[in-house]
Write a protein that binds this ligand. Structure first.
Ligand code: KG4
Ligand code: ZN
Length: 433
């Protein structure tokens, strides 16, 4: 452990985040007050490949990291000497991307004689809520849902995260991204599907939901992903269109590690090509629902205090014109709406159940998928029915990757004098501490 300063409750921390395709730096006071936040997104560049290309991500981080840190300090009106510690994401994430942030943080810590604090990416996502909600204190039930995680935690204090439920295969963000890619939406899949589902009937096609007797709060999204592929191909068959082939969404992330889209190769065109996963418990086919049996399409509305709805033309360019590679646009809207609903239903149901069976009085959302408009609306709806349960849902810019959450999460460690050695390494599959 390095200990350049004595720990104290008050802190001014420079955070650095480079775990995937955002180069970000931020300055946060006392784990609550944001002085500056700079996020440089590489999304547009990766969009051309249909997913994040790890080597490109590392190279862009190398170019951007110093200017981004300089800008964050300047916007906070500070010099490096004025911060108390330097916090950085050590994992999970892409190894080469993490190493850039780590190396920069170590260099600055050494040069300025400041302590280094390594932060777990998912803890940071959850801690983003402390920045937005000044009154939020543990304990609470947290849903951390991103490209690599779909986990429910009982958060006992700022540094104790007890796992209650987890995905047994794909993360929700990964399922969004892969199905979006297969359906021609391109990258980033989640926000594009959020936009493309608008106006679709979420009950026109029913996708399967998985349940586990031995893990009541666990998720599985590989079955719904397979059902989505089968659904597209069934529709294609009816119209005598060639099936979407197996093989294009290869590169499933191991549990706990961020999705690393192995299919994203330079110059690789978007599919039609998919890998069908093995069916899982509760999986099965997507079922078209006869229109007479459907309720009217629910109006999700706007969630108070939060959601900037995703732009109709999301970051990374407009929606691809050829949705479903020739399938009718109305069918595709229903397809996206139904798929999104299946994912959101599972996330909402399990989280609400986890809270009701282990009451804390608070539900906290975190991670990129928490930016999803339907997820936010459904949680707001369900939480409103539960007396004594408050919902905390950070604004979308604090859901997706950013360094403010990293600086915020480091505050508890700083106060406890828990510093990292300068030998700290990247940990692409880091387990929750
Ligand atoms: O937390 P994050 O920025 O990076 C990771 O830690 O993975 O989350 C990225 C994930 C991606 O899978 C992206 O498609 C998903 O969050 N995402 C969304 C939305 N915005 C981002 N998924 C659904 N709807 C959205 N609006
Ligand atoms: Zn993240």
């Amino acid at each position: 452990m390095s200990s350049y300063v004595s720990p104290r409750a008050s802190s001014c921390i420079l955070g650095i985040e480079t775990s995937c395709d955002e180069t970000s730096a931020a300055v946060v006071m006392d784990g609550r007050r944001l002085l500056s936040s700079v996020v440089f997104s590489q999304m547009d560049e990766h969009a051309a490949y249909g997913g994040v290309v790890p080597e490109i991500a590392s190279r862009r981080h190398v170019e951007a990291i110093i200017p981004v840190i300089g800008e964050a300090l300047a916007r906070a009106g500070m010099e490096l000497g004025g911060v108390d510690a330097i916090a950085v994401t050590y994992g999970p994430g892409l190894a080469g991307a993490l190493l850039v942030g780590l190396s920069a943080a170590k260099g600055l810590a050494l040069a300025a004689g400041k302590p280094l604090i390594g932060v777990h990416h998912v803890c940071a996502h959850i801690c983003a809520n402390y920045l937005e909600f000044g009154d939020l204190e543990p304990p609470f039930t947290a849903l951390a849902v991103s490209g690599g995680h779909s986990h429910i935690y009982r958060v006992r204090d700022r540094r104790t995260f007890e796992l209650m439920g987890r995905t047994r295969d794909d993360a929700a963000g990964e399922a969004f991204d892969k199905v979006a890619r297969a359906a021609g939406l391109g990258y980033p899949g989640g926000p594009r599907m959020d936009a493309a589902a608008r106006g679709g009937d979420p009950d026109a096609i029913r996708f399967p939901r998985a349940r586990f007797a031995d893990g009541p709060y666990d998720f599985s999204f590989s079955g719904v992903k397979t059902a989505a592929l089968n659904c597209l191909n069934r529709e294609r068959q009816k119209l005598a269109l060639a099936p979407i082939a197996v093989g294009a969404w290869a590169g499933s992330a191991p549990d706990g590690a961020r999705a690393e889209p192995g299919a994203a190769q330079p110059h690789a065109p978007a599919p039609p090509a998919l890998t069908a996963s093995a069916p899982i418990a509760g999986g099965g086919a997507a079922t078209p629902v006869p229109s007479a049996a459907r309720p009217p399409s629910p109006e999700t509305g706007h969630v108070p205090g939060a959601p900037r709805p995703p732009a109709a033309d999301p970051p990374g360019g407009g929606l691809c014109g050829d949705l479903g590679y020739g399938l009718p646009p109305a069918f595709m809207r229903d397809f996206f709406a139904g798929f999104q609903k299946a994912i959101v239903d599972a996330l909402v149901d399990n989280t609400i159940r986890a809270e009701m069976e282990n009451r804390t009085g608070r539900i906290v959302l975190a991670g990129g998928v928490a930016a999803n408009s339907l997820l936010r609306a459904r949680f707001a709806e369900e939480a409103a029915k539960l007396p004594g349960v408050a919902l905390y849902c950070p604004p979308p810019q604090l859901c997706t990757d950013n360094a403010a959450m990293v600086a915020c999460a480091a505050h508890g460690k700083f106060a406890a004098g828990e510093f990292s050695p300068l030998t700290l390494n990247a940990s692409p599959g880091a387990a929750m501490p």
